[in-house]
Design a protein around this ligand. Structure first.
Ligand SMILES: CNc1ncnc2c1ncn2[C@@H]1O[C@H](COP(=O)(O)OP(=O)(O)OP(=O)(O)O)[C@@H](O)[C@H]1O
Length: 197
């Protein structure tokens, strides 16, 4: 059921799969984190515009490489502090394996989220934090905040964001291949999610 290379961290039921072709093979993986502040009471989520390096000009959660001697949970707290200037009691939200054609390693990304935070949200050299509205189908009123900018995010985010927002943990894999213009595009995915509570 699970795609190759994806190590199950929780019990999941199939949630979404698609795309075409075979899963690509990779030799190495590196461990990363990605953290979100999701405030359902205020109907808002904090994203950061990445200002440099990998994923530049995309909105994402705050995160980076897990360093030696550190757990992924510790790395997630440290990166959130470094990139957004805040601390939070982050909870594990899921894991995604990401491989892009031609890369020499796969990203093993642990996702975290929290509903509250401490400190003052501060722009860093790496990230510009901004609030976005959490879509709420049950409320007619429109938010003063902009909608989550999926067109300026990684291709797969639209697949697993509903799970993050619903607090359903997930395990997934996404493969990206280079198109004729040399852009890395989502070509195959598989996601499983914790059963609905
Ligand atoms: C479909 N693929 C993806 N979808 C969503 N997010 C992705 C991602 N692939 C990588 N990411 C995140 O991008 C950041 C890179 O971090 P990145 O700046 O390279 O690392 P770090 O801050 O440690 O910097 P240095 O390596 O020290 O320069 C890190 O949060 C990682 O989770």
């Amino acid at each position: 059921m699970l795609p190759p290379g994806l190590l199950k961290t929780i019990d999941v039921i199939p949630y979404s799969e698609g795309g075409e072709g075979e899963w690509m093979s990779f030799e190495r993986r590196k461990y990363y984190t990605n953290a979100f502040i999701v405030q359902h009471d205020k109907k808002r989520i904090l994203l950061g515009l990445k200002k440099r390096g990998f994923g530049k000009d995309k909105y994402n959660g705050f995160g980076g490489k897990v360093e030696e001697g550190e757990t992924s949970a510790e790395a997630a707290v440290r990166e959130l502090q470094e990139e957004a200037g805040i601390t939070a009691a982050l909870e594990y939200s899921g894991t995604m394996l990401f491989f892009s054609e031609g890369a020499d390693f796969a990203y093993h990304i642990d996702y975290y989220s929290a509903g509250t935070y401490e400190g003052t949200i501060t722009e860093s050299e790496e990230m510009r934090p901004e609030w976005f509205a959490i879509p709420d189908a049950t409320v007619a009123e429109s938010s003063a905040l902009p909608s989550i900018p999926f067109q300026q995010m990684w291709d797969d985010d639209g697949i697993w964001f509903p799970l993050l927002l619903a607090k359903r943990k997930f395990n997934g894999r996404v493969d990206f291949r280079l198109n004729a213009r040399g852009e890395s595009k989502l070509t195959k995915w598989w996601f499983g999610a914790e059963a609905e509570r």
